[in-house]
Design a protein around this ligand. Sequence first.
Ligand code: OXT
Ligand code: ADP
Ligand code: MG
Length: 602
Amino acid sequence: MLEVAPKSAAKPTSTAEETPKIASGGEINTQAQENDGFQLVIDALKLNGIDTIFGLPGIPITDLTRKLQRAGLRVISFRHEQNAGYAASIAGFMTQKPGICLTVSAPGFLNGLTALANATTNCFPMILISGSSEREIVDLQQGDYEEMDQLAIAKPLAKAAFRVLHAEDIGVGVARAIRAAVSGRPGGVYLDLPAKLFPQAIDAEVGRKSLIKVVDPAPRQIPAPDVVQRALDLLRHAKRPLIILGKGAAYAQADADIRALVEKTGIPYLPMAMAKGLLPDTHEQSASAARSYVLPEADVVMVIGARLNWLLSHGKGKTWGGNSAKQWGGQKFIQVDISPQEADSNVRIDAPVVGDIGSCVSAMLGAINATAGPWPAPSAEWLDAIAERKTKNVAKMAETLAKNPTPMNYHSALNVVRDIVKANPDAILVNEGANALDFTRSIVDMYKPRKRLDVGTWGVMGIGMGFSVAAAVVSGEQVIAIEGDSAFGFSGMECETICRYNLPVCVVILNNNGVYRGDEVNPTGGRDPSPLVFVKGARYEKLMEAFGGVGVLAMTPAELRNAMEEAIRSRAPTLINAVIDEKAGTESGRITSLNPSAKKKP
Ligand code: OXT
Ligand code: ADP
Ligand code: MG
């Protein structure tokens, strides 16, 4: 630990050179006589095990980024705050620690806010820390530099929002933000730190005592035994049971118990997109390839860490065997979730099991093991019917994947990605686009938990490079980003960030020259292109080359395979521009029916 000369009480410490240093690894400086807001923010974060910050510097947080780095934290600096925000949010999902995004005031804050709202929507723990302008001027609306009432704007989009005005409250502010982000249902938290806070001087001892190391930030929430029994009774007597695993189940890191529960009961399961790999997609109980059969046919469905939102057709309607769009299909539902309010949000939940998934699943296993006699296996009729559908769909898929058309299509390109992921099961797959998303989800099998990161609850474009950077930084593993060409455009400039930090990220753009397809024309014959198409034959690979990475143009599956294998061997930042048939996609991928014109009544 470095010694620091004492400073005079009145003088604010505002430059990087004057700042007392603290050792890395969570220790804080106990030698300094005086401290300031900068240092207390750093100490409070370190004390709580925060070791990485995603952000973008500028007034009033430039010095904070420098000082964070000097204090031993990893500061990953982006080209746009939205990408830093997405990075923070997915780091939170992967680690169960809140991911931190640090931005400047008003415009920087707003750029980060989309990611904060997305984190809240997806139940990812994240804290957006933004510097802000002078309160007195903001509140009188006198036109300060980057004036904005950020706290008020963040509140409706965050799980919680706090502002700290005095240095002695920094410890409480950081502690509250951490607890709010990770306890109960995780979410996005906003922490407003006005510029004036940072140079505020405070007696070192007073400052140290004001810090809080959060004890048990995400306490276990254990379900009551009768609730567990109710759920198991329902499941035990089901004729056609089904388990749905969502990204909450992946987040919970209860992988072994979840697998044990699925295997012990023998119940077929369906993983939501980001729960793929929680059990290997090749598991014989996976019903992914029979999705449209099992949803309407199941009689009891246990949903673990997933919401019955649009991605599950709200638990009713034709997908679930109802006669009309809103009609209930007759299933009974068990829902395992940390949020008690989630039950009955769309359909009746016959057995809500409220608690953290680790505790709930272990309680279920305990109760099953304590019951005399073996668990009744699902009927052979049910399992055979699923197996039949699966075999048919898998064979159909295999036939399509075996084709080698010119130009490539989604299938022939993704057949390569499927092999590469199989050979590299620890690699993390980031995925966005429409067709590029939906085909990847059904073609590329995942083998390990939390290896598939995608557009989530909102189907948001733009997560690609932010997620890739965070995944590489947090895990050290190879990242493979499968991107639609439109999707990539939302965060493509972060290729520079990937190169700057020399991250093992291999971006594959499935380039069909447009949004959904590249063959649309302006029906008026006017000079402007269709709103859905891009420059034809764009050379995206040159973007990575511009920053010292590797760029490859791949016209065939063989070229794509070689380039991906080399990227993984070298771990060099790589962008592969995989040119595919511009006519291969469909409007909005698998969700064409959500377009208003598709819903138009005759
Ligand atoms: O059972 P059936 O027979 O039905 O078959 C299913 C499975 O059984 C089968 N299957 C398998 N068969 C064999 N083997 C295996 N292993 C197997 N696994 C599955 O395959 C089918 C399908 O299975 P799936 O996928 O499980 O089932 P299904 O029915 O599709 O599931 C339903 C859903 C709803 C759960 C699923 O579709 C889903 O998760 N969808 C997510 C959709 C989504 O989020 N899309 C992204 C948003 S689209 C749109 O909004 C876009 N925008 C607008 C925009 C956005 N989003 N954001 C912002 C900030 N601004 C604007 C834009 C701009 S997309 C987009 C860009 C698009 O262009 P790009 O160039 O990027 O991309 P391209 O389209 O490639 O050009
Ligand atoms: P998916 O998109 O995969 O269907 P959702 O995001 O809709 O998943 O749902 C995730 C659910 O998981 C949320 O309802 C959330 O409350 C719940 N959840 C998140 N973490 C936990 C946890 N540790 N224990 C229990 N439930 C959790
Ligand atoms: Mg496209």
